[in-house]
Design a protein around this ligand. Sequence first.
Ligand code: S3P
Length: 450
Amino acid sequence: MSAHGVPAPLTARRAGPLRGAAEVPGDKSISHRALILGAMAVGETRITGLLEGQDVLDTGRAMRALGADVVRHGAGRWSVHGVGVGGFREPAGVIDCGNSGTGARLLMGAVATHGFATTFAGDASLSTRPMGRVTDPLALFGARAVGRSGGRLPLTLVGAADPVPVRYATPVPSAQVKSAILLAALNAPGESVVIEREATRDHSERMLQGFGAEVSARTTAEGRVITLRGRPELTAQRIAVPRDPSSAAFPVCAALIVEGSDVLVPNIGLNPTRAGLFETLREMGADLTYESPREEGGEPVADLRAKFSPDMRGIRVPPDRAASMIDEYPILSVVAAFAEGETDMPGVAELRVKESDRIDAMAEALRAAGVAVAEGPDWWRVTGQGPGGVAGGATAAARLDHRIAMSVLILGMAARRPMTVDDAAPISTSFPIFEPLMTGLGALFERPLP
Ligand code: S3P
């Protein structure tokens, strides 16, 4: 929905070629963490390149409600005057996390070891998503949660006044769950341990270390074992947020399927726990190169160059790569539709509990555009139509999911007939400049007549 609660449909028609540089916004995961850890540190953290999408703005508001001083100084330039570990105060009202699962789950962790109650709410999408995966481990610290059936929002979490450290093996591959536990462990005495069978994005661990926490990770037969010593003094930092590889995925994939395209996407964070899509695209035969690879702020970074790739072939995406590209399956399914042969995507049950059921949402959109999709509880398969082979000519539902909305529009940019998404407003949660950025490269978007 738009800010006025009215759906904002948008149509993309066949475009091309796409040319130029795509300066995508800051990383969403890192932006949330910068605000939260800044609020838990002593002194003033200065952030540049912060993503000013709705999800992150909601987390900023929550930090203010918990007592931190959060100030915007200019585009992407923010400061957070933190209250120190254990220093949050009881919020006066409900914490509204909007559409953001990351915001909700990380904040639950951050307050779980403070002796007061916090009530969390969210939009219609967030209110359907499972929270038991976070409140179960937080209960081990001594926190109590009361929510709707299935542990869904709205939910009140009564934090532990006298928390104990925990040792917990996560049953689902989720960086949000892992991070919630680490944030709760900050204000528990002694050492807490989180074990993940499959490695998920490690931004929390990296940033905690940067703020001065004692955190270590080692790989054992059980998986990745992360240990954090509680009650550290976190010291304020300067944080330059790298650009988001999950946002870069959209102009990159558009360039691969729109005839004649050649697009540069500069300064993209290529942390190996996030870069699975680009590896997959290269295996499919994409003309995608990493230019000037370098390190910035402890993260690998490169300029991505993507060119129209008419010879891509479907592959089986290894399931052990899923965590490193979990947000990129919707846009991968679009590229798969323009490749030759089948693209198999096994081991992705988590896609069913994102902002929408992303397998169902993309299967519906692709089928409406004339593409065959098969699916099971934790897998799906797209039958490629080859370049120029996708009919298009349909309207698809965004289901309050930014990545579905953007994927449908990219589909429309290369299909024979236009594709319309029923509501493009959710795009602002993660990529507020998507529309001008894509049209600047040569995309043809228009608002359908009412
Ligand atoms: C995120 C983790 C992932 C991802 C989300 C951001 C994070 O969710 O889908 O967009 O910042 O930790 P899960 O932890 O549910 O896999």
